[in-house]
Design a protein around this ligand. Structure first.
Ligand code: SIN
Length: 540
């Protein structure tokens, strides 16, 4: 058996914007960054188009940005967290510029800021229009490669966090190399930072890489961490409906430049629904596009009158996808669908990025910091990642360096290695799960659809014998979403219940879960299902 053992001061799982920013700010502590792919490839960070929301225009203010964030969040954001993050926005941009990241500027040197849904001012800092993620990742990767304190382990997938009695000992994973059957890698460290991104990959239509399926949430839950707000999955209104998996994004900044949303009859269906029309908050746009589709309509972005011939220079990423689909946005409509894009919930963290497990830190999409509430304001997530990554690094740096735990016994490590599941392909079941989550736990949910999805997941779990590591994580994470969605018997932000269409004051609270509560909660859903809904599901 091959064995690779590392003993850094801190191990960071995830090589996107959050993970790399933590790594850079931890110097001189020794850091291992683990990534499932080659660094910078197939990460949501690199695919980010819109940019970083920052209230830096002369006419703008932090107060206005805070106000827009709180309004969009529908009562569930924590104002202290919102303030903490937004007040740091200028600093976050300066940090990136200091490492050579180039943002779009006007002739006078000021930022050429974009506009996105529900923002009161143009405040999206971006790079080459829609290539912001690529540019930020370029800068961060270059810097990390120059940093002696960082070791990058590529193509490694983590199977478990080693912890006992609320003490972290590190992580156990494997190199993803099809030719070597049992190539474990053990990274011993008393500090583990999860920066693993989101879970869009558990949905059939998503803008996320397929490798984003909630692995970090599953790891944290299995280590005993508390999860929060799992039901809040945000759908982006405009995925490019070109039949691709994952679905490429058409950034909201396109609507910020004046593009319309129309159906096949050329009707601007957002008019009269919200005062900001196509720039209404994301939940409202996504839900109204979904309504159009349910009515049998097709939905398009119409950029002809606004962006026209400038499309290729203003939005080169989106333009290249359109070209491949043989669509010329200057003269033709672009077909779009709403797609799973961002997970608001995740591992519950405090103001320092600490989870409920000592030594386990989280930042970026995997964390539930309470900045986004029930609905995330566009482009607040890269900002959150950058600010919280620095907070986590500073907190770890401020703690005395814990002595390396040389005393972890090989038998202790062996128990974790033995728990690892096969990397077998479970494509059929993965597809069934993604499709059921999309149909039943998508933009609109109801107790019946939730029950239907739970029934599917239980069957998939039974038939697949839970042999695949990826499928097991997807099943676990889906169950947490199912429970959250079932308990939240109201509609709020991106959680829309067809059977409870209004928000209820008693739900101005977060729904927390753990692996221990999950089994009982699933049983409650099954027990409470009425005979008639069971019959309906069996008949459907
Ligand atoms: C976009 O470019 O529309 C996405 C921005 C975001 O999801 O925050």
């Amino acid at each position: 058996m091959n064995e690779n053992i590392y003993t850094p001061d801190v191990v960071i799982v995830g090589g996107g914007v959050a993970g790399l920013t933590v790594a850079l700010n931890l110097a001189p502590r020794k850091v291992c960054v683990i990534t499932k792919n080659t660094l910078g490839v197939n990460t949501s960070s690199s695919w980010a188009q819109g940019g970083i929301a920052a209230s830096i225009a002369v006419e703008d203010s932090h107060e206005s940005h805070i106000d827009d964030t709180l309004k969009t969040a529908k009562g569930l954001a924590d104002e202290t967290v919102v303030r903490k993050i937004i007040i740091e926005s200028n600093e976050a941009i300066k940090d990136l510029e200091a490492i050579g990241v180039q943002f779009d500027k006007n002739a006078d040197g000021s930022f050429n800021l974009g506009l996105e849904g529900a923002h009161s001012f143009n405040r999206i800092v971006r790079s080459k229009g829609d290539s912001t993620g690529i540019e930020i990742m370029r800068g961060l990767i270059e810097q990390v490669k120059l940093s002696d304190h960082v070791t990058i382990l590529e193509n490694v997938s983590i199977d478990s966090i080693m912890n006992e009695n609320n003490v972290i000992y590190g992580v156990v994973g494997r190199f993803i190399d099809k030719n070597i059957p049992d190539n474990h890698v053990v990274i011993q460290s008393s500090n583990v930072v999860l920066a693993t991104g989101g879970l869009g990959g558990i949905y059939a239509n998503t803008t996320n890489p397929r490798s984003s399926y909630g692995e970090g949430i599953a790891l944290a839950a299995q280590a005993g961490a508390i999860l929060s707000d799992m039901e809040f999955v945000q759908f982006h209104p405009t995925g490019l409906d070109f039949g691709l998996d994952p679905t490429p994004l058409a950034t909201e900044a396109i609507r910020g430049e004046g593009a319309f949303l129309v159906n096949q009859n050329n009707e601007r269906f957002m008019i009269g629904i919200h005062s900001k029309n196509e720039l209404a908050p994301r939940d409202i746009i996504a839900q109204n596009i979904f309504k159009q589709i349910e009515m049998g309509n097709s939905v398009f972005l119409d950029c002809r009158h606004s962006i026209g011939q400038n499309f290729n220079t203003s939005f080169p990423q989106v333009y290249s996808y359109c070209l491949k689909a043989d669509i010329d946005p200057a003269n033709e409509l672009i077909p779009i669908i709403p797609v799973a894009h961002y997970h608001i919930g995740g591992v519950k963290t405090d103001l320092k990025g600490k989870s409920s497990v000592e030594g386990l830190w989280c930042c970026g999409e995997v964390a539930a910091t309470n900045i986004h509430g029930a609905n995330r304001l566009a482009s607040n997530s890269l900002l959150e990642s950058l600010v919280f990554a620095k907070i986590v690094a500073n907190e770890i740096n401020s703690e005395p360096l814990k002595k390396q735990n040389d005393t972890i016994s090989s038998s202790f490590i062996k128990t974790y290695k033995e728990k690892t599941k096969n990397r077998i392909r479970a494509k059929k079941y993965i597809w069934q799960l993604r499709s059921s989550m999309m149909r039943n736990l998508g933009i609109v949910r109801s107790q019946n659809s939730i029950l239907r999805c739970l029934t599917d997941i239980i069957r998939i779990e039974r038939e697949s014998h839970s042999l695949s590591a990826k499928l097991s994580d997807m099943i676990l994470v889906s169950k947490f979403i199912i429970v959250g969605a079932s308990k939240r018997t109201e509609s709020r932000g991106c959680h829309l219940r067809a059977d409870f269409v209004s928000a209820k004051p008693q739900f101005l609270k977060h729904i927390d879960q753990t692996q221990t509560t999950l089994k009982k909660d699933i049983q409650i859903i099954l027990n409470n299902a009425s005979q008639s809904s069971k019959e309906q599901i069996l008949a459907s």
